[in-house]
Design a protein around this ligand. Structure first.
Ligand code: DX5
Ligand code: ZN
Length: 222
């Protein structure tokens, strides 16, 4: 059984009570922080000063998902906060290899995300530059959307490429992950799962995290 990680997204948490909301997911492997700029995506969330405070009070490491334009300029500043991992969008980066190297040089894991309509193939030669590949399973911008099953073949191709490359790259999925979809994503080859509404919409978020992890680990490919 491979180890699967669950990263609750605070996009579905109460933004006025973030410290208490973070305490409710102490069973998580990391907290997924969605940064949106109302430019790369049609929604606005939070930025550097708030992420800095979240980092100070969070019981688990931070996994920042930057849905922002000009990633080359902004992502290194998030790494400078000491975040465990920083994920930029390939579509928003002018020089993704250079940027991934800058993130690692600053001590963060380097993640790169792909919108649903962005093919993974043009990026396969840079897998060794990444610690995590995020395959969006909804159009980025909002929580609570339905999982796009049409992304499953892309997850499978990414898994085959990662395994073939020998690089240690996590495959993260984000969007519509719940008790009823996580098994399909795990079977296709994902091993890091973001869940917003499925965790924060539950009466017991910490228990929901454990149930999601058990479901994923029970079905993940050998
Ligand atoms: C969407 C965000 C997600 C979002 C997922 O653009 O990147 O992280 O919070 O929410 P759910 O799990 O509700 O689809
Ligand atoms: Zn996200």
């Amino acid at each position: 059984m491979s180890r699967c990680s669950i990263h609750p997204s605070i996009l579905s948490a109460d933004f006025v009570n973030l410290e208490a909301e973070l305490a409710r997911i102490s069973t998580a492997d990391a907290v997924h922080v969605d940064v949106m700029d109302n430019h790369f995506v049609p929604n606005l969330t939070l930025g550097l000063p708030v992420v800095e405070r979240i980092q100070e009070v969070s019981p688990v490491p931070l996994d920042a998902h930057l849905m922002i334009s000009e990633a080359d300029r902004w992502a290194p500043l998030y790494a400078d906060l000491g975040l465990a991992s920083v994920t930029f969008h390939a579509e928003a980066a002018a020089a993704p290899i250079k940027l991934a190297r800058e993130l690692r040089a600053r001590g963060s894991k380097a993640g790169m995300a792909l919108r649903p309509a962005t093919a993974v193939e043009p990026y396969l030669d840079m897998l060794t530059e990444l610690d995590m590949l995020l395959i969006m399973t909804v159009e980025p911008g909002f929580g609570g959307q339905a999982f796009l099953d049409v992304m499953l073949p892309k997850i499978r191709r990414a898994r085959a490429a990662v395994d073939g490359s020998g690089a240690k790259v996590a495959i993260q999925v984000d969007g519509g992950i719940s008790a009823s979809t996580i098994e399909r994503a795990a079977e296709a080859g994902a091993n890091v799962f973001v869940a917003g509404s499925a965790v924060y919409g539950a009466d017991d978020p910490a228990g929901a995290v454990e149930a999601l992890r058990a479901a994923a680990e029970g079905t993940v490919r050998a």
